[in-house]
Ligand binder design. Structure first.
Ligand SMILES: [Zn+2]
Ligand SMILES: [Zn+2]
Length: 123
């Protein structure tokens, strides 16, 4: 939604070389940090939404533990802007169909303020 400070980034840093993840400072002063495995797990494409709806992990296995176990942490190999409203990542598992709008990214912000339900988890 244009003009909404909550979903408009003031700065976006995609730390591809270090594999650290993505940092976004929002216009309302909030800042978000995402790791690449987190972003991969929250991929908004139709295939992944469907996969999550069926409780399957990225590899297509049934999730038995709350945290999916990867043989190797997924990294982003490339990132490209989609217009002014979204970012598209190419992940190390060759998945690149997810378009992450800033509105969606703000929605999935993993910080304590945005996801109070996660508070009990160890950092
Ligand atoms: Zn996907
Ligand atoms: Zn947050």
């Amino acid at each position: 939604m244009p003009g909404d400070a909550r979903t408009e980034p003031a700065s976006v840093r995609i730390l591809l070389t270090t594999g650290e993840g993505v940092r976004i400072e929002w216009k309302d002063g909030h800042s978000s940090r995402y790791t690449f495995p987190f972003l991969r797990e929250h991929c908004p494409c139709a295939t992944c939404r469907d996969r999550r709806a069926h409780g399957l992990s990225v590899t297509g296995e049934k999730i038995r533990t709350p945290l999916p176990v990867y043989t190797e942490p997924v990294r982003a190999q490339a990132a490209e802007p989609v217009g002014h409203y979204a970012v598209r990542f190419t992940f190390s598992d060759a998945h690149a169909t997810g378009i992450y709008s800033f509105e969606y990214l703000r929605e999935i912000c993993p910080c304590e303020k945005c996801q109070p339900a996660r508070k009990g988890e160890t950092p």
